[in-house]
Design a protein around this ligand. Structure first.
Ligand SMILES: Nc1ncnc2c1ncn2[C@@H]1O[C@H](COP(=O)(O)OP(=O)(O)OP(=O)(O)O)[C@@H](O)[C@H]1O
Ligand SMILES: [Mg+2]
Length: 590
């Protein structure tokens, strides 16, 4: 995992190498400081009088200290700048890879991850990795070097005194390992809770109109609060362990300093005389710098331990990110794809289908149906009878579980996806427009469409009336999701967009549900007149919308129960009759 993530720094090698080098200089500066200070302190001794020469010496050394400090500061700051540049760049490339990968995902891949989780993985998780990268570049070099240099200095000042570390370091190491072991699973579940929270937020915000119209704000607020509380408590659960790190470190550090003052003090001060004696083996300045080195050593260990903790977090994020990158896209182009769909015939042969996400029963079963090229087919059935599921198999949005779906005489799995999607236009039940102009949206159907073609398609879909009424016409703004259009207008724009593809098969999944009956009839007439030779499949709840079709398919509980013309079905199909009667009653009582 680490190897694969580090590969993202490939383009930032220069920064990634220069940064630790500069860091090294900063460490050198930091380590030199106590040494210089010791020189000053050792020069001033209570035994000796203060001379002009001493003052000059102190000033000189002070000057050197300032220069070293400034140089170290510059190196440190510049190296941090390089570290952030490298990790931001690497993070951006990682995000881009994720985005590209997600674009290739099939519907069932997306079902598996869920949209909010993909968003969290692309944002929070990548940020996490970015931050870790930055910390690594800075700390992974700084801390060990600081540790080694400071240890060498401390040893050179007084070897026996430095033995105190022999006790301190193992204690620290054990503490860090214990903390890391406990904290990893907690971070893993913390990230899952972030997913949950994002799900709640995304669902609420994209459907805010529905939420408001059903006065569900309170319920939504409670749902959010629950997710938020769970996130908070798992967060606290993880942080609870992380924060142990600091006090343990500090405790060890202060105990060390105490021990050094206790033992080192005896070396500096002659207890019988009660004053400082240089002959005892350690000068006061040296003791002082020794203490500074001790804190540098322990500080660098503390940094390392924080880095390790960040690693455990990053490991959780890294796993989540790589899971996306490693996902096998289940619907992809075959080896030698057929480059053209010959005609609009459709065949379902013994088709069964089951959604991967948690379903134990087949959603569709025993589907056998032949549709001629140019035929108009109506599909009707109660909600949940798998009408949408059935038609989604034609443009291969999902792959069948059993049997085969053929378009133009070939199995849909033999076509290149682009070829297939160009020939099969599907207006999804929950269709959407994108922010931009009306023209931009239409060009999704065909990037080379002329204004004339666009207007023509809009006219067929009965969308031109309301577009031409707007002063900007085709340049009229579409806001995100098409929120500035009515439901029926949106549906008509989506139909126009699909028509522009000049497909061989067009599928309208409940696409005129929000259109009034008169306009619906007009769309139908236009389709009859203009779409000759194009196979048309219309799913509808209203019998009126499909009664004109060449054949009507009646679905119930994932099966085709009846097929025939309106007249035939009126005579033979019980379900069709029930639906018809119930809809007539509606008309009469209106
Ligand atoms: N992405 C999915 N993952 C799992 N199950 C699904 C998915 N989409 C639909 N289903 C299930 O499959 C069954 C058929 O759904 P489908 O959307 O095909 O019905 P439909 O006939 O189009 O209904 P409607 O008239 O309400 O649009 C339903 O029971 C539904 O719960
Ligand atoms: Mg449906």
């Amino acid at each position: 995992m680490i190897k694969r993530l580090i590969a993202y720094f490939k383009n930032y090698k220069f920064y990634a190498i220069l940064c630790p080098v500069l860091m090294l200089f900063e460490v050198l500066g930091d380590v030199m400081m106590p040494l210089l200070m010791a020189q000053i302190i050792n020069r001033v001794s209570p035994d000796k009088a203060f001379t002009n020469e001493d003052i000059y010496y102190v000033l000189k050394m002070g000057g050197v200290m300032v220069i070293v400090a400034l140089a170290a500061m510059f190196c440190g700051a510049f190296s941090s700048y390089l570290a952030s540049k490298a990790s931001m760049g690497a993070g951006a490339e990682l995000r881009e890879d994720l985005f590209t990968k997600i674009q290739t995902f099939s519907f069932s891949n997306i079902d598996y991850f869920s949209v909010p989780s993909l968003i969290t993985r692309m944002t929070t998780d990548v940020n996490n990795l970015q931050q870790t990268g930055m910390m690594c570049l800075r700390m992974l070099v700084r801390s060990p070097f600081m540790f080694i240099f400071a240890l060498i200095m401390a040893l050179s000042i007084h070897t026996e005194l430095a033995c105190i570390f022999l006790v301190a370091i193992p204690i620290l190491a054990i503490a860090i390992i214990l903390i890391m072991k406990t904290v990893h699973p907690r971070f893993m579940s913390f990230h899952e809770k972030i997913d949950d929270l994002n799900t709640s937020v995304q669902e609420n915000l994209t459907n805010i109109r529905v939420v408001k119209s059903f006065v569900r704000e309170k319920h939504e607020k409670e749902k959010f609060k629950k997710a938020n509380d769970r996130l908070t408590s798992t967060g606290i659960n993880a942080i609870k362990i992380v924060i142990m790190n600091m006090p343990i470190m500090q405790l060890v550090m202060y105990v060390c300093i105490l021990a050094i003052v206790l033992f080192g003090g005896r070396l500096v001060v002659d207890t019988t005389l009660g004053r400082v004696v240089a002959e005892a083996g350690l000068e006061p300045g040296d003791l002082l710098s020794f203490i500074t080195y001790v804190s540098q050593i322990l500080m660098s260990l503390m940094m390392l331990s924080m880095l390790f903790l960040q690693f455990t977090r990053a490991r959780a994020s890294g796993q989540r990110v790589l899971e996306v990158l490693d996902t096998e896209v289940d619907i992809k182009d075959p080896e030698n794809p057929i480059a053209e769909v010959p005609d609009g015939t459709i065949d379902f042969e013994n088709v069964a289908f089951r959604y991967k996400s948690g379903n134990i029963e087949d959603t569709l079963s025993d589907i056998n149906l032949h549709i001629e090229s140019g035929e108009t087919i109506g599909i009707i059935g109660s909600t949940g009878s798998a009408k949408t599921t059935l038609v989604q198999l034609i443009p291969r949005l999902y792959d069948v579980t059993k049997g085969s779906v053929k378009v133009g005489g070939h199995d849909v799995r033999e076509y290149g996806l682009e070829t297939l999607h160009d020939s099969v236009a599907m207006v999804l039940q929950k269709n959407t427009l994108f922010s931009g102009t009306v023209r931009d949206n239409m060009k999704w159907g065909n990037p080379d469409a002329t204004d004339e073609e666009i207007i023509n398609a809009c006219k067929q879909a009965q969308a031109w009336d309301f577009i031409s009424k707007k002063p900007e016409g085709l340049d009229g703004e579409v806001s995100q999701g098409g929120a500035n259009f009515s439901g029926g207008q949106k549906q008509r724009l989506c139909i126009a967009r699909a028509l522009l593809k000049k497909p061989k098969i067009i599928i309208l999944d409940d696409s005129t549900s929000a259109v009034d009956t008169a306009t619906d009839a007009k769309i139908r007439e236009a389709f009859d007149a203009e779409l000759k030779g194009i196979t048309t499949i219309i799913i509808a709840q209203r019998i009126n919308s499909i009664s004109h079709a060449d054949r009507i398919v009646v679905m119930d509980d994932g099966k085709i129960v009846d097929v025939g013309t309106h007249e035939e079905l009126m005579k033979t199909s019980k379900i069709y009759n029930e639906v018809y009667t119930s809809q007539q009653e509606g008309v009469i009582s209106e």
